[in-house]
Design a protein around this ligand. Structure first.
Ligand code: CTP
Length: 393
């Protein structure tokens, strides 16, 4: 998504400036060209050489010493796909809101037609200051984008709202700012993770699903402008920003929650690894090891996707199929049986991995083998297909 994008990274003078280094690394890893612009104060917190080394580009600091042979601040502003100010002090926000351009960064911001994303970081009282609030409100009204700050421990020793947003959330906001808004108006329901079917109060049947695919889909759909509800089994993943997250444990709870949101959904993506079987009996007491050998009697769980497929109407349904043999044949059968528009077929190696090799099969019989890629990227490719199939009707 970020491949070849020119991102001007503005860094201002706050203790969180060091986090701009990690952000630069992540942006570069995803293929972006990062052009750092630091304020004088920022250079007191981190060395420009560190940022230049990670960015692979010179760091611009001073409006009067730009190398005129290569680039000036107008060219810098013109070439940007996005300007991200991370971290942004109250001072920077105040200057931009007041139209002050007295250093390179504020000049570039004023001269650039690109979207501007601001990640504030400051003391909680500064952030609560009505002047700062009014400045942020004014900038938001003008279309400036904001991410964070969040509540937490602050460098000054206080606890409160003013901490720089998590770098993953800043990355997400960068991608959102550069995303097409082609899912605007859609209500997307996503499921993720494994379910747990209780045996006794401390034991359950489950599987190794990490939830990464479903979370990547929820994040990507949100970035592309959809309203997103994510029904998630127990996972170790942070809530995607801007997404309504409903946490459930068993397949029965997942079904109940999904059916609450199904009627108003326009697109459903069922990435959860729902258990197919559950114990007939849930024992109230813990099973002790001195009990006689026991046999667990299992029954089928309701097939949530099948149920949705029967009441599909105009909705767009995406299912997943995990197959160990005849991937395309078995997955196509599930697509027909469950009345789906697309089925995403993969092998067991996808479970709990950051990457996967998937095959997208559509209701028209189209089969697309994607090369192994990150689940974030699979999510984007799958949504591209959803958008183009919905457009084609
Ligand atoms: N699914 C569901 N409810 C279930 C089981 C599966 O909604 N009780 C959904 C999954 O979320 C997935 C799709 O159905 O989107 C296919 O799941 P999978 O387990 O691969 O296939 P099954 O239909 O359960 O068939 P089998 O396990 O026999 O391969």
């Amino acid at each position: 998504m970020l491949e070849g994008k020119n991102i001007i990274l503005g860094v201002t003078g706050g203790i969180a400036a060091y986090k701009a280094l990690e952000l630069t690394r992540l942006l570069k890893k995803e293929g972006a060209c990062v052009w750092p612009v630091m304020t004088d104060a920022a250079t007191k917190f981190i060395g420009p050489l560190s940022l230049a080394t990670l960015a692979g580009n010179p760091v611009y600091t001073d409006i009067f010493t730009l190398d005129r042979a290569s680039i000036d601040h107008i060219e810098l502003a013109d070439r940007a796909d996005l300007l991200a100010v991370v971290p942004a002090t109250a001072n920077l926000i105040g200057k931009v809101a007041s139209g002050i351009a007295d250093n390179l960064l504020t000049t570039v911001i004023m001269a650039s037609p690109a979207p501007v994303l601001i990640a504030p970081a400051m003391n909680h009282r500064m952030y609560a200051n009505p002047v700062v609030r009014a400045n942020i409100e004014k900038l938001e009204e003008l279309g400036y984008l904001f991410v964070g700050p969040e509540r937490g421990e602050l460098a000054c020793g206080w606890e409160g709202e003013g901490r720089l947003a998590k770098i993953e959330d800043v990355m997400d906001a960068v991608k959102a700012a550069l995303s097409p808004k082609d899912l605007e108006g859609e209500k997307v329901l996503v499921t993720a993770g494994a379910t747990r079917e209780p045996i006794d109060p401390v034991r359950f049947i489950s599987n190794a699903s990490s939830g990464k695919m479903g979370y990547a889909l929820a994040r990507a759909a949100r970035r592309r402008g959809a309203e997103v509800v994510l029904v998630s089994g127990p996972v170790h993943l942070a809530d995607p920003p801007g997404v309504t997250v409903k946490r459930v444990e068993s397949s029965a709870e997942m079904r109940d929650e999904v059916l609450i949101h199904y009627p108003q959904s326009t697109v459903v993506m069922m990435a959860a690894a729902v258990s197919d079987f559950r114990p007939v009996l849930r024992r109230t007491g813990k099973i002790k090891k001195d009990t006689e050998p026991i046999a667990l009697e299992l029954e089928r769980t309701p097939d949530i996707l099948m149920e949705m497929g029967r009441n599909k109407d105009e909705r767009f349904l995406v299912g997943f199929a995990l197959e160990t043999e005849d991937l395309v044949g078995n997955a196509t059968e599930k697509l027909r049986e469950k009345n789906l528009d697309i089925i995403v077929a993969n092998g067991p190696e996808a479970i709990d991995s950051d990457t996967s090799r998937v095959t997208l099969i559509d209701r028209g019989g189209g089969v697309e083998n994607l090369s192994p890629m990150d689940k974030e990227e699979i999510a984007e490719r799958l949504l591209d297909k959803v958008v183009s199939m919905k457009k084609a009707g």
